[in-house]
Design a protein around this ligand. Structure first.
Ligand SMILES: [Zn+2]
Length: 88
């Protein structure tokens, strides 16, 4: 009998592909290192749009600048509310 100790824990713990299959479930194949999809679902080397790709931009609501602007406004509003509470 073999005394080989199987060590597949890290393999099973790896990030899984979340792509939807034709049967409706998730793919669950191991995702390519550094990507969220497996090699069959867009994780292959060289696939996908480059970072900060402008080709798919529609309204800019989720650009880095727009998000940071909203964060600054929310922080300012929070400080104003605190000030108003302190003045009561
Ligand atoms: Zn997949």
């Amino acid at each position: 009998m073999s005394d080989h100790i199987s060590n597949i824990g890290p393999m099973l713990a790896s990030l899984r592909c979340d792509a939807k299959t034709r049967s409706g479930g998730a793919c669950r194949s191991p995702a390519v290192h550094g990507k969220k999809r497996c090699r069959m679902h867009g994780g292959a080397p060289g696939s996908g749009a480059p970072r900060a790709n402008q080709n798919a931009r529609k309204h800019g609501l989720f650009t880095k600048d727009a998000i940071s602007e909203r964060r600054q406004i929310q922080a300012l509003l929070g400080e104003a509310r605190k000030l108003l509470e302190a003045m009561k």
